[in-house]
Design a protein around this ligand. Structure first.
Ligand SMILES: [Zn+2]
Ligand SMILES: [Zn+2]
Length: 260
């Protein structure tokens, strides 16, 4: 009965308010994803094995494309990147911009307020959690915070919505909102070099007293990792607050940008 009713609702909506895929323009006939068709979504590039277990970037296809084993990339193996988190996991590749449905979904969620896209993005994160992660080890799931001014303007923190949507996959973890953005920052990817990006995020984050207990293993959740500057600075602040280890989970990763 309920199924019948919702089918009529869908038919009605399709008739009077047709929705079209933001990638290919085809008409959408299901409600699972409010903005993208299944074909465009499935064609979005994912982070697939083999990838670097530290910075999360996939290895170029030429290098050991036959192996599914994980191995460190050159910079991470050489230790020249000094990324403070333990491991970074990302679901999709962000580099192709509008051509990629998942990257487009993150932009529509953030800048277009399309909260219906949280569900399909969270589904991508759950796939990574199930196939690549050990979810039992985490004590806290922590969204990358927005500055209160930006949060008021946007009405929601997209990283927090994603963290809430996947929190159930971590049996021992609480959602911890005690990581705060105490100083507004500029968009990291628009800054010219590593020094400018480091200066931009330095002192931008703080942890509320008592939010992290000593030695806890925490998972930082972000929508997009572009330059590693934001997640690295959040990690430093969480480690300074007592965390024993910090991993990062992102919906998408700008894989072409080298870790700094
Ligand atoms: Zn499409
Ligand atoms: Zn690496």
């Amino acid at each position: 009965m309920h199924g019948e009713r919702s089918m009529w609702g869908l038919t009605f909506r399709n008739l009077f308010f047709p929705q079209f895929c933001h990638c290919c323009g085809r008409r959408l006939l299901t409600e699972e994803n409010p903005c993208f068709c299944a074909t465009c979504w499935d064609l979005s590039p994912r982070v697939e094995r083999p990838f670097c277990p530290k910075c999360g970037r996939p290895h170029p296809p030429a290098a050991n494309f036959s192996t599914r084993h994980l191995f460190l990339c050159g910079p991470c193996a050489a230790g020249t990147t000094a990324l403070p988190f333990r491991r970074l996991y990302a679901a999709a590749i962000y580099d192709r911009g509008e051509a990629c449905a998942i990257a487009g979904a993150i932009k529509l969620l953030k800048f277009g307020g399309r909260r219906g896209l949280v569900a399909p993005l969270a589904e991508e994160l759950r796939r990574v959690i199930a196939t690549e992660m050990d979810p039992d080890q985490y004590d806290a799931v922590i969204p990358t915070p927005l500055h209160p001014v930006r949060l008021r303007a946007r009405g929601f923190n997209q990283s927090e919505l994603l963290a809430e949507a996947v929190a159930g996959a971590f049996p021992r973890a609480r959602i911890e909102r005690g990581l705060l953005r105490v100083r507004p920052t500029r968009t990291q990817s628009r800054l010219r070099d590593a020094d400018a990006r480091r200066a931009n995020v330095r002192g931008a984050f703080a942890v509320e007293a008592g939010a992290i207990r000593k030695g806890e293993t925490v998972l930082l959740v972000d929508d997009v990792v572009t330059t590693y500057g934001t997640v690295s600075e959040c990690t430093r602040v969480l480690l300074a607050a007592g965390a024993g280890a910090v991993d990062v989970l992102a919906a998408a990763l700008a894989a072409r940008s080298a870790p700094v």
